[in-house]
Design a protein around this ligand. Structure first.
Ligand code: AQP
Length: 359
């Protein structure tokens, strides 16, 4: 049987990138899982601490993310849905893994570099050594730098065999696999008593990166302060149409033409979004409408997003409403998820503590 793990940060309502790159697949996986497969979907609130914000905002974001996961169709009776911070073993395993993780490897990861630039647009990121642009920047906090170790701990703690992630996260999965090797070899765990399997990435064609609508050179990101850069899963029809109308394309041609993400990234991004809702690649979408104008592309994309998100938006309104029934329901879901995740975590940690002499 498979053990599937994935996480999302409670840093705002999910956007189209999160939806097409991750959440839609989570739901599909839940629906196609075999009876013995286990699914863990975590709201990774410890990771969210790497992005500056207030306590009240984080509280609101955690709740909103739970609402979002229910709205996209995750079922707490089938999937373990839980807050990362409710299971202290995540942080415990992170520390243990960090003792055998290579700093050099972490330095080569790209996410902290791009996040640092998004969070501090004026930081002198390009001014130091070119291969290592901001390692000495005072703005780089250790939590952001060591983020992949906590992510590896999330995955390994539940002995996940399969991890669905967006293409932006593949590098982190490679690192998690490296942590498996490092751990077993540092503590001389024999092959037959290995604790962690090597997790595999599940990435579907539709999981290619969705880019910012305002600047197609950057990925669409929850923490991007520009509201025109992203479409939220609970945006209404008017907002969706307006944002797509504003989306940056180019002056190369007024026609769609070939799929060309290098020279026409804005157009390619709309094609990816259009294709994403039809289970097609951006290239396949382009083939079908290459003789149409960019205006038609925008209309078709807006139609696809509006109808593709209609049910999610409706559910979001329903589950997000602040009523006693919803509050009670949320408390129950939180309890069920926490309990199930803690049991799974403790099973692994008993073996880990034993292997390293902490028992
Ligand atoms: N633009 C994207 N295109 C495709 N997939 C994406 N994902 C994120 N952005 C895109 C996928 O969504 C999942 C959850 O992401 P996350 O919240 O853990 O953090 P992230 O990757 O850093 O996403 P954001 O939106 O940029 O969030 P913030 O700004 O809060 O950090 C992941 O599987 C990711 O691949």
């Amino acid at each position: 049987p498979k053990i599937i793990f994935s996480g999302i940060q409670p840093t705002g309502v999910p956007h189209l990138g999160n939806y097409l790159g991750a959440l839609k697949q989570w739901k599909d996986m839940q629906d196609t899982a075999r009876p013995l497969d286990k699914l863990f979907f975590s709201i990774v609130d410890l990771h969210a601490l790497t992005i500056p914000g207030s306590a009240d905002k984080l509280r609101q974001n955690r709740r909103e993310m739970l609402t979002s996961l229910l709205a996209i169709g995750l079922n707490p009776e089938r999937s373990t849905i839980f807050y990362q911070s409710s299971v202290p073993q995540h942080a415990e395993l992170q520390w243990i893994l960090s003792c055998t993780a290579s700093t050099g490897y972490l330095t080569r990861m790209t996410q902290w570099k791009s996040k640092l630039t998004t969070l501090n647009p004026s930081s002198p990121s390009q001014s130091t050594t070119p291969s290592n642009p901001t390692i000495s920047s005072p703005a780089l906090k250790h939590g952001l730098f060591s983020y992949p170790i906590l992510q590896a701990a999330d995955i390994l703690l539940h002995t996940a065999t399969h991890v669905p992630v967006g293409s932006d996260q593949k590098q982190h999965l490679e690192f998690a696999r490296e942590c498996v090797t490092n751990f077993h070899s540092a503590w001389s765990v024999p092959l037959e008593s290995r604790i962690f399997p090597y997790p595999q990435t599940i990435s579907l064609d539709s999981s290619s990166r969705v880019m910012s609508l305002a600047d197609p050179a950057k990925k669409m990101s929850k923490s991007d302060p520009n509201p025109k850069s992203k479409i939220f899963i609970n945006d209404d029809e008017a907002a969706i149409r307006q944002k797509i109308k504003w989306a940056r394309t180019d002056c190369v041609s007024t026609y769609v033409g070939e799929y060309d993400p290098v020279n026409r990234p804005g157009v390619a991004n709309l094609l990816e979004i259009l294709g994403g809702f039809a289970g097609k690649t951006g290239r396949e979408a382009a083939e079908e409408i290459k003789e149409e104008t960019l205006q038609t592309l925008k209309t078709l994309t807006a139609d696809a997003v509006v109808s593709g998100l209609a049910e999610v938006r409706e559910n979001f309104m329903l589950f997000g409403e602040d009523t006693e029934v919803n509050r009670q329901r949320v408390r129950e879901i939180e309890e069920i998820g926490t309990q199930s995740a803690r049991e799974s975590a403790e099973r692994t940690m008993e073996k880990v503590r034993n292997a390293i002499g902490l028992s």
